[in-house]
Design a protein. Structure first.
Length: 72
């Protein structure tokens, strides 16, 4: 039984390694590079696009934090 679990874990690891090596932008970003346009939900659940934000402002700060365990 332990060999079967180990084999499945190894296959899963190989799968993740293969997925991580697929495509993607390998070039490092430089200062003043343009960001790709994207849309994310804000704290109220409204969708906000980067291009929409930059229409009104000269720059944007993007912050991410994992959801905490608070109950709102």
């Amino acid at each position: 039984m332990p060999i079967r679990k180990l084999s499945l874990l190894f296959i899963f690891f190989l799968f993740l390694t293969a997925c991580a090596s697929l495509g993607g932008d390998k070039q490092p970003h430089e200062i003043n590079d343009l960001a790709h346009d994207f849309t994310l939900p804000d704290q109220d659940g409204n969708l906000v696009g980067l291009s929409d934000t930059l229409e009104n402002y000269q720059g944007a700060v993007i912050a991410f934090y994992p959801k905490d365990d608070s109950r709102n």
